[in-house]
Write a new protein. Structure first.
Length: 252
């Protein structure tokens, strides 16, 4: 695990709840050293943190603490992370959940996302990555809650309608295949976030291509020809990391 040399949020604006109070995060893991490090990194963000060492304690704290996000280890000594998530969802909670999974455990990652988890990181991980993922989850959960009244996802001049499957950029309709649509939807639900090829494979195709990550490159190229052709590009390659969709900078 990479320990940050400075506060992970030092160069970023503070993230607050809608009422102006500190963001609340529950960290659930039975490794005390890891929990302490995560608690330290997240408190640098100015967030209020609670911790739990097992699933039952996590459920009790979540009920009273009402966190804005949960960092949840899958392997716990009593209830596992999937059981904890299932009980949260059954109780009506839609709190974003970031799973911690064993290194290279594809089955764990797919199971977690299928069960209703929102994202995952694999151990070992960097504290900066966890902070960045949580910031994205919290921002998106707030935006989605505000936009539940309509089916449109809007990023800049790009609009995707989840009901009609229509896509428009700057008012012009864009025809997409079913797979292109799902890929674009995933990108648009995660604006300004780098998505790895593995994440895209898991979310869009729902299974491992056995190393054939080139399928992601192919479909990204298809999207670029339709979304970015003749316009300021929105789909960007982050070398060695993955892809990101963002609004073009004015005057770029």
């Amino acid at each position: 695990m990479n320990i940050p040399t400075q506060a992970p949020g030092a160069a970023r604006s503070a993230l607050k709840r809608a009422d102006g109070t500190a963001v609340r995060v529950l960290v659930v893991d039975d490794e005390a050293t890891l929990t302490d490090l995560l608690q330290m990194a997240l408190r640098y963000e100015g967030w209020e943190i609670r911790t739990a060492a097992d699933g039952r304690e996590a459920l009790t704290i979540a009920r009273d603490f009402r966190p804005d996000a949960i960092v949840l280890d899958i392997m716990l000594p009593d209830l596992d992370g999937l059981q904890v998530l299932n009980r949260l969802r059954t109780s009506g909670s839609d709190v974003p959940v970031l799973f911690l999974t064993a290194k290279d455990s594809l089955d764990d990652r797919i199971a977690g996302l299928t069960a209703g988890g929102d994202d995952y990181v694999t151990k070992p991980f960097s504290l900066e990555e966890v902070v960045a993922r949580l910031r994205g989850l919290i921002r998106r959960s707030t935006l989605l809650a505000a936009d539940e009244s309509g089916p449109d996802i809007v990023v800049g001049d790009l609009v995707l309608n989840e009901d009609s499957h229509e896509v428009m950029r700057d008012g012009e309709p864009i025809e997409l295949t079913a797979t292109e649509f799902e890929l674009l939807r995933f990108l648009m639900r995660n604006p300004r976030r780098v998505l790895s090829k593995a994440q895209i494979l898991d979310r869009v195709w729902s299974y491992d291509f056995g190393g054939r990550a080139s399928v992601v490159e192919i479909y990204i190229s298809y999207l670029r020809k339709k979304i970015d052709a003749g316009r300021e590009p929105m789909i960007h390659t982050v070398r060695g990391a993955g892809y990101m969709l963002k609004i073009p900078t004015v005057g770029s």
